[in-house]
Ligand binder design. Sequence first.
Ligand code: IPE
Ligand code: IPE
Ligand code: MG
Length: 262
Amino acid sequence: MAVYGQGREMRQILGPMSTLDPSRIPAHVAIIMDGNGRWARKRGLIRSLGHENGVDALRRIATRSAELGIRYLTVYAFSTENWQRPRAEVDALMGILVSALKKELKTLKDNNIRLNAIGDLDSLPKQCRKELEEVRSKTASHTHMTLTLALSYSAREELVRAARTLAEAAVAGTIAPADIDATLLRSALYSHPLPDPDLLIRTSGEYRISNYLLWQIAYAELYFSDKLWPDFTADDLDLALLDYQSRDRRFGLTQEQLNALS
Ligand code: IPE
Ligand code: IPE
Ligand code: MG
């Protein structure tokens, strides 16, 4: 089914059968929040204004996700490759991150959301690390949903780092090379102990993964929206979830095997 960013109209077309099944809400949704720059350019604005409006979209989507009972929301906020953007844009993004963390603590509290972060966090400016730590500790006891920000994140780097950690443990004698299996490798990833995403959404009409959660999305359902991230609404999230609920996840088995299991 091709459903690209048509919000309410599409829901009307789908009719009453289109309501979300509360028993099949994905536990973990990951999002590549793309299109802030194009959103700004279309309006003749500087790119950083696109990023600021991207924060508003994240607030909407996190709030809707919590309302729907999604347990984990993991968003790509800044990739390792994004450090190569013009200095002014990187500085603006880091500034927006700090102010969003300060401002959105209330949203996290109101919705019982725990903040988490993955990536090479040591490479972030001091002020960002400080604010991140503060919001993480202030929301640590929240239980309804975990919002994970991928910051200075690269999936390849995450895997390289995991390989190095395991190699060091083998050299130190804490593990034997033969102990290394998928469970052990997973435990060395930034994302541990989050479960794998069930659904990966990318906005802005791009059909690529851009070095995001390469290990973790092995069996995720993929959904692409043409909407630019600052335009992405709660209705658009609902549409993505509806599409997800229309799919059969087979994990390599046959449909007959799955039918016998259910
Ligand atoms: C996504 O929007 C946000 C970040 C990568 C930080 P972009 O800034 O990539 O926006 P486009 O893709 O240039 O429109
Ligand atoms: C991916 O978007 C990273 C984030 C959304 C933070 P990019 O805009 O950096 O990805 P490419 O360059 O289009 O692949
Ligand atoms: Mg982009």
